[in-house]
Design a protein around this ligand. Structure first.
Ligand SMILES: NC(=O)c1ccc[n+]([C@@H]2O[C@H](COP(=O)([O-])OP(=O)(O)OC[C@H]3O[C@@H](n4cnc5c(N)ncnc54)[C@H](O)[C@@H]3O)[C@@H](O)[C@H]2O)c1
Length: 349
């Protein structure tokens, strides 16, 4: 019989929106926070988090790390690297939110350090376990679909310095690193690789309509994939508060078209084939169909805890995050160069 003292002690550094999400997912996966500690530089936030999750407020990140079996790093982005270093020094497995850092060179350093540590580590690219994306990938990689030819990926949300996010740090380039592409659409770049394959070259343009230094609010990128497919990513931070976060993805293969619309997790995913047949999957049916496809566990947090307890590799790890950072950096370099094409392989930290 499992008793509460058999459960791993999970600590949190940074106790905002995404920390709350993870603590709820941990509870669902059978690992309540009641034995763990938390720390936030904003004492009010850590108190609210502690009360809601059942964890204990601690005086510092060091105290959380020392007292935990594994640690979640959920601060704003600029703090991730130093906290990952602390976890490595203390030999504690860590889950670090995306983006890994505010720039490619720091992300590369974090990847090198995490790999060398041989500790279980996972990054917050949670769409890798999304039923909608898992099913779309099955449909695209099915030989009957033919080769992927093109993808149209649109992601829009209101700029999150307002509304329910009320996140001032997302308007501060020293904390966020950049705007909609790095902070939000690093997920999309990762899903483009997941669905279609490796990216060879990009050409991009950015706008800064909100006038916030270093925080772009639109990036429109044209993408060439190594397998010959082409595509576009358009990511937008607007001021339409009725659109919190919406993605629409259309993939055109030789003999099949696949569309992900609606919810990032529950779909629907719809498809149509050359022979006139069509299909649609969403909700519980989509979850059941894709459960065997999720690596480790369908719940990203359950998967991390399991891997950390077993001492196995977390998924997705920092190598996957680093590839997304490299593509993002290539897009920024292209945007700074009037949209001229940049080969991803030429982008070194
Ligand atoms: N995986 C996802 O889908 C996803 C979604 C949202 C946010 N994120 C990422 O998660 C991170 C946090 O985002 P959020 O939306 O939770 O922001 P948030 O503002 O709600 O929370 C961040 C918290 O970090 C705290 N903090 C900052 N520096 C700290 C430090 N050195 N030590 C302790 N606490 C510190 C802040 O006080 C704040 O409470 C960001 O990197 C963001 O990009 C990921």
């Amino acid at each position: 019989m499992t008793t509460s003292t058999d459960l791993p002690i999970v600590g949190f550094v940074g106790t905002g929106h995404i920390a709350t999400f993870h603590s709820k997912m941990l509870k669902i996966s059978g690992v309540p926070m009641t034995r763990g500690g938390c720390f936030d530089i904003d004492a009010e936030r850590s108190a609210v988090f502690a009360q809601a999750s059942g964890s204990t407020v601690m005086a510092s990140a060091d105290e959380v790390i020392a007292s935990s079996d594994m640690v979640y790093i959920c601060t704003w982005t600029s703090e991730h690297q130093s906290l990952v270093e602390k976890c490595i020094a203390a030999k504690k497995p860590f889950f670090c939110e995306k983006p890994l850092s505010i720039g490619l060179s720091q992300a590369a350093e974090m990847h090198a350090a995490a790999t060398a540590s041989e500790l279980t580590h996972q990054c917050g690219l949670i769409l890798r376990r999304s039923p909608a994306y898992l099913w779309a990938r099955e449909l695209i990689s099915d030989p009957g679909a033919g080769a992927p030819m093109a993808v149209v990926f649109r992601d829009d949300q209101f700029i999150p310095v307002q509304g329910h996010y009320k996140s001032t740090w997302r308007g501060d380039v020293t904390k966020a690193g950049a705007g909609t592409l790095l902070e939000h659409s690093i997920h999309d770049v990762d899903m483009l690789r997941f669905l279609i394959g490796d990216v060879e070259s990009v050409s991009a343009r950015a706008t800064y309509r909100h006038g916030i230094e270093g925080i772009e609010d639109v990036v429109a990128a044209s993408i060439g994939f190594a397998n010959g497919a082409v595509g576009t990513l358009t990511t937008i931070w607007h001021d339409n508060l009725s659109r919190p976060s919406l993605r629409n993805v259309e993939v055109f293969c030789e003999h099949r078209t696949v569309v992900i619309a609606g919810d990032d997790w529950f779909g629907p995913v719809t498809w149509s084939n050359t022979d006139g047949t069509t299909g649609s999957l969403e909700g519980t049916e989509l979850l059941e169909k894709t459960a065997p496809l999720a690596i480790g566990d369908t719940n990203p947090d359950g998967a991390f805890v399991k891997a950390a307890v077993d001492g196995t590799a977390g998924f997705p790890d920092f190598s996957i995050a680093l590839e997304a950072h490299r593509i993002v950096e290539a897009m920024y370099r292209s945007a700074r160069d009037n949209g001229n094409a940049v080969r991803v392989a030429s982008v070194q930290p």
